[in-house]
Design a protein around this ligand. Structure first.
Ligand SMILES: *[C@@H]1O[C@H](CO)[C@@H](O)[C@H](O)[C@H]1NC(C)=O
Ligand SMILES: *[C@@H]1O[C@H](CO)[C@@H](O)[C@H](O)[C@H]1NC(C)=O
Ligand SMILES: *[C@@H]1O[C@H](CO)[C@@H](O)[C@H](O)[C@H]1NC(C)=O
Ligand SMILES: *[C@@H]1O[C@H](CO)[C@@H](O)[C@H](O)[C@H]1NC(C)=O
Length: 465
């Protein structure tokens, strides 16, 4: 799958009872450019010019001084049981609120445009450039397609984009003019949260970090144990959402390999994977995990807030399925990917073996059956939130979505290129917590307690404005 923005790929589980939870994989793999057009026979005849805009760097901010507190905003699940989350940004003058996905698996931002008339666009709020006094067209067309069949045509625009207490003027994003997808879009757009490739414009967090306005150069991601509500933080996190607010975060350095950065990725260097304490996979290097060529035993976990489940190796999924009583392997349509249907009463912390990922530096992150078993679908059936594929998502690379992220507060540090972890509240440290190992780099958490945000009424009033 490839393209300008994230991937709303939906894989339908192939079961006798037909439809079930859909799994969204929002990983931006390749960037569309002229060479991609040239190599694609299907599109070579299309007379469309794609000029890669040249960007000089982050644009000016309205906010000029560093905020003394982080902006911590609610996110809510877009569809029950899917573990895909949207939050609100404001765009334009006067500002209009849009519900968007914040996606660390991509680096582009887009909104449906008002001129887009098809079902996907009409089902959502659309950005009308002429209604915003600060909106400007850059006059460049974008055509993007995705391996799952999703594609859109759009144009690049610049406008004021605000999140929490931060506003960025002249932020570059795409307004979608036509859109097609095999799955529904339950959001008005996507905000890419990765690192921008050289020729592209910087992502929203990068602009905020570059301008020095964030309290800390951090973006935090937290999903509540109900899996419906969570919080994102710009500039920090709420320590009150940790199982143990006084405990230090544990940090793992991101892979900063060139290919990875070029593709806008945020990934961690995996060295081994174990199930119930038994190692099922080992990796010897983390070089270039993104290219399609065989890379050998490269271990990388793409840490993706825009992906609902996780695509991991066949070996790992089988090792888990085989240890859960009553689990039954089920396939996906049109691929060799598979998962397991499992009894829903196993969806608890002690309901299955602990799944542990170990990283360079000695840190191990574990999740339990409470995280890797999805909540019951509309047929009251439960599945693993893990898709097994030979070798992983890519050979040795796991696409790690919210199945893994929800056990922890995840703190993405854009300056030091590392991710901090602390066990989230509602999850038991005696069953599985971050393990620092020998070389783990624990530092002081420096969390910020925002107790008022815990109130649900605040939540919904923010979402609905
Ligand atoms: C914006 O800043 C004010 C003042 O510091 C603070 O009270 C408020 O919580 C902030 N808003 C968000 C969304 O964090
Ligand atoms: C966009 O806004 C302008 C100005 O209000 C309006 O005339 C136009 O009809 C709107 N376009 C769409 C497609 O809604
Ligand atoms: C995008 O534009 C091309 C060229 O006009 C067209 O072939 C394609 O179907 C369009 N895609 C969508 C989603 O409208
Ligand atoms: C994955 O890497 C291994 C080790 O180099 C190699 O033997 C295997 O063929 C690769 N698999 C794929 C699907 O590329």
């Amino acid at each position: 799958m490839f393209g300008w923005a994230a991937i709303p790929a939906t894989l339908f589980l192939c079961t006798a009872t037909a439809s079930s939870n859909s799994i969204h994989l929002r990983d931006q793999l390749e960037h569309s450019d002229s060479s991609l057009f040239a190599s694609s026979n299907d599109h070579i005849s299309i007379a469309i010019t794609v000029n890669r805009p040249s960007f000089v760097g982050p644009k000016l901010l309205k906010a000029v001084s560093r905020a003394s507190t982080p902006s911590i905003l609610p996110i809510t699940e877009t569809l029950n049981g899917v573990t895909e989350y949207s939050g609100v940004i404001q765009v334009g003058t006067p500002p209009v609120s849009y519900s968007v996905l914040f996606d660390t698996g991509s680096f582009s931002t887009w909104l449906f445009g008002s001129e887009c008339k098809n079902q996907y666009c009409r089902a959502n709020l659309r950005y009308n450039l002429t209604k915003s006094s600060t909106g400007k067209s850059i006059g460049r067309q974008i055509w993007q397609s995705y391996a799952d069949g999703t594609e859109f045509n759009g144009t690049l625009v610049q406008d004021v984009v605000s999140v929490g207490n931060y506003s960025v003027s002249d932020f570059v994003f795409a307004q979608v003019m036509s859109f097609d997808s095999p799955s529904e879009a339950r959001y008005d757009g996507i905000v890419g949260m990765g690192f921008h490739p050289t020729d592209d414009s910087p992502t929203l967090p990068e602009v905020l970090v570059a301008n020095g306005v964030l309290t800390k150069p951090w973006f935090s991601w937290y999903i509540g144990v109900d899996e419906v509500n969570g919080f994102i933080g710009f500039g920090g996190f709420d320590a009150g959402l940790l199982a143990n607010p006084s405990k230090e975060l544990v940090w793992i350095s991101m892979i900063t390999d060139n290919d990875l950065i070029r593709a806008g990725k945020i990934a961690l260097p995996m060295v081994s994977v174990s199930v119930g304490g038994v190692v099922v996979e080992k990796f010897s290097s983390h070089a270039s995990p993104l290219t399609t060529e065989t890379q050998g035993s490269t271990g990388a976990a793409s840490w993706d807030t825009g992906t609902s489940a996780a695509v991991v190796s066949d070996v790992l999924v089988r090792a888990i399925g085989n240890q859960i009583a009553g689990a039954k392997q089920v396939g996906f349509t049109s691929s060799d990917d598979f998962t397991f249907r499992v009894p829903c009463n196993m969806r608890r912390e002690a309901g299955g073996p602990v799944l542990a990922l170990s990283f360079d530096g000695g840190v191990t992150l574990s999740i339990t059956a409470l995280e890797y078993i999805l909540s019951p679908d509309s047929y009251d059936t439960c599945y693993l939130g893990l898709i097994g594929r030979v070798g992983g998502y890519r050979n040795g690379t796991y696409l790690v979505g919210n199945t893994f992220l929800k056990r922890y507060m995840n703190v993405f540090d854009y300056s030091q290129k590392r991710i901090g972890f602390g066990l989230a509240n509602g999850r038991s440290s005696s069953i599985a917590d971050v393990d620092v190992g020998q070389g783990g780099a624990a530092v002081k958490s420096e969390g910020y307690t925002v107790s008022a945000l815990l109130s649900l009424s605040v939540f919904f009033s923010v979402i609905m404005t």
